[in-house]
Design a protein around this ligand. Sequence first.
Ligand SMILES: Cc1ncc(COP(=O)(O)O)c(C=O)c1O
Length: 418
Amino acid sequence: MAIDVAALRAHFPSLTQGFAFFDGPGGTQTPVPVAEAIARTMTGPLSNRGAVSASERNAERAVAEFRAAYADLLGVPASGVVHGRSATQLTYDFSRHLAKDWRAGDEIVLSRLDHDANVRPWLQAAERAGVAVRWIGIDDATTELDLDSYERALSPRTRLVAVTAASNVLGTRPPLRRIADLAHEVGALVHVDGVHYAAHHLVDVPALGADLFVCSPYKFLGPHCGVLAGSPDVLETLAPDKLLPSTDTVPERFEFGTLPYEVLAGATAAVDFLAAMDPGGEGGEGGAGVRDAARPGVSRRERLRRSLGSLHAHENALRARMEEGLRALGDAVTVHSKAADRTPTVLMTLEGRDALEAQAHLAARGVVAPAGSFYAYEVFAALKLPDPSLRVGLAPYNDAEDVDRLIDALSSFLATAV
Ligand SMILES: Cc1ncc(COP(=O)(O)O)c(C=O)c1O
């Protein structure tokens, strides 16, 4: 069943102000149920976690519901879900936890396709530990990872492979399972940056072969925070520095200080919102937008599978419309996203034109599409991409009218005198 985009859009107050948002890869707009969950948690009786008073139980419930929601979203047990302030912070934290066990002469493998959040924390931890860094390159022609360079980078001393599930600028989706299997063959752990990927696909952390996987709810309609999902068995092997009185149980061991209960509640509401986007699912009944929060007998994981399947179909149709519109603008537009397998995110440059001027021209017409390099430092260097470039990415609330406005605004920009 298709997603009813008009019904979906009605849940987003910010969409009533006339903007067409293409900055989803930077962060999405927020639906009312997410904001309400945050407000309800903050203004309801709320104390520190505990079991004695209702206010303590409310905090306890916010944590338990968050873990259950992200267990459903990411395909891991609830005890494998860790909250963090951001994916960057979680990756820094885990780079330090893992590096405690690295020895001089060990090696790690990083990828040129990654956002700097999945590069610099590992690189800096490796430098401190005297660990060598090997790289997976990018194939210039296809903008896909060069798997030959990956196989050459692996060795029996490899302790970690850190790789993205999808590039936040090119959209490229590497063959993660294959990458993870090869890493596991040499005994390395696999840390996956799923920040961009999780906004477009149902995640199954074990099926992807990831030992650790990070994502950021604010990229898929939730509040600003990060989530790490991992196998509880792997988490049990890690011993972060911690306060003496704080618990040593997994996953709390990795969460420092008092948790932001209201943010957890908002992040949970985002998962429920996603699960209700298409109550019928492809080939099912319903499909009337976000109406049906919980259908008896259908698990949330199953509702997420249906909703994200329908979202994928919706975004693919819009991506085709967008790419056709860009092609029709002719040679003036160079699209850098070329991988066979990729998300609906397109990086482009406009021949002889300043991307920041293009961004401003679009913004004046209510079309939000940022220019920059988006922390994809290694990608821009490896492919010698012009910085800034213009990035447009689709989100669940985009519709055909948004895409047509984008193409019209780009066309009028190209028609302006240089
Ligand atoms: C692919 C990717 N990884 C990591 C990050 C960093 O996420 P956070 O802001 O949660 O630290 C981003 C943010 O844009 C991203 O797009």
